[in-house]
Design a binder for this molecule. Structure first.
Ligand code: TLP
Length: 346
């Protein structure tokens, strides 16, 4: 991809910083399946500290982190409650069914945010006609709802009530650092009550590869075995963990910039005839917008933008998503907006 392309398809496209590349080059490594890679061990210890959990596990992807968490928190034949547009349900190739043998019970919300009253209605005790609820999964920030952020009291209430009924809570915190910045709270406070949290180093935090799964030591020990079963037992993974450590320490400090750029993109989009932005003011770095009134499909718009050096994908024929990140600055966002206005008007 040439440097001049403005890529707003996702924050997964971020490339490692010069500092990360240097750290990767110099990383001390060992065999992580023997738990002898000092850099992976340091990353796992630091992630546990930052996330406020007893232990953490370095996994190659967010999908693997979620898969392992759901497996550890459920028994085969149970249900997992998840928001209807959740990543777990829509973008993980049915791993909840395939690996954990559980069914997802989804709940529609306007903003991606589950609340205890919505969840309570869907909790089922085991009986002749119903499978019991094994776990509740919440996505913070919520990707497809437009990077929305769970209010702290909503998370705490879900966790208190769920635990009272013997049900575990997993947070898909792929972008929990964005949530923390938006809520002006330490990430450890946001996930204080959830049993497990997965966070991605390879999205807004810019590491080339990797996510962390954090939780009680007993769960993480069990998770390490599931990681091996899934083919995720990596050897000299310290090369990757070295970049992950920098992602964890340095990159959260600059996320506010991405959030400001997302607001700029949202207000620019709202000014283009035929485009409607949802929500109007993004809380974090994801802008979801409806293009149905432009008379063009998202595929047509994507193709025309690509010809102008701008990449933005559709979620479906009438909805598109732009994600801001550190590889696209304010000027890049302005150029993308100008290209979009041109494409829509053409
Ligand atoms: N999200 C990707 C796509 O898969 C949609 C993106 O471009 O946003 N949880 C959430 C909330 C995510 O957004 C993603 C990736 C994952 C989990 C999975 O992470 P990876 O891609 O590392 O498996």
């Amino acid at each position: 991809m040439p440097e001049s392309v403005i890529d707003l398809r996702s924050d997964t496209v971020t490339r490692p910083t010069a500092e990360m590349r240097r750290a990767m080059f110099e990383a001390e490594v060992g065999d992580d399946v023997y738990q002898e890679d000092p850099t992976v061990n340091a990353l796992e210890a630091r992630a546990a500290e930052v996330l406020g959990k007893e232990a953490a596990l370095f996994v190659p992807t967010g999908t693997m982190g979620n898969t392992i968490a759901i497996k550890c928190l459920t028994r085969p034949g149970q249900e997992v409650i998840c928001e209807a547009r959740g990543h777990l349900l829509n973008y993980e190739l049915s791993m909840t069914a395939w690996f954990s043998n559980c069914l997802i019970r989804s709940i529609h919300t306007p903003d991606g945010i589950l609340t205890w009253p919505l969840i309570e209605k869907e909790i089922r005790p085991l009986g002749p006609h119903a499978a019991d609820t094994g776990c509740i999964e919440i996505e913070n920030t919520h990707n497809m709802a437009g990077g929305t952020v769970y209010p702290l009291e909503v998370i705490d209430e879900i966790c208190d009530r769920a635990h009272g009924r013997g049900i575990a809570v997993h947070m898909d915190g792929a972008r929990v650092f964005n949530a923390a910045v938006a809520a002006s709270l330490p990430v450890s406070r946001i996930c204080a009550q959830v049993d497990t949290v997965m966070c991605c180093l390879s999205k807004a935090l810019g590491a080339p590869v990797g996510s962390m799964l954090a939780g009680p030591k007993s769960v993480i020990d069990q998770g390490r075995l599931y990681r091996k079963r899934l083919g995720g037992g990596m050897r000299q993974a310290g090369i990757l963990a070295a970049a992950g450590l920098i992602a964890l320490e340095r990159m959260p400090l600059r996320l506010q910039e991405d959030h400001a750029n997302a607001k700029l993109v949202a207000s620019g989009l709202a000014a283009i005839p035929g485009i409607r932005v949802e929500p109007e003011t993004p809380a974090t770095n994801i802008v979801i917008f409806d293009i149905s009134a432009t008379g063009k499909s998202s595929q047509e718009i994507s193709a025309a933008l690509k010809a102008r050096g701008v990449l933005i994908n559709g979620i479906n024929p009438t909805t598109m998503r732009a994600v801001t990140h550190y590889d696209v600055d304010r000027r890049g966002c302005e150029t993308a907006l100008a290209a979009l206005a041109e494409v829509v008007a053409a």
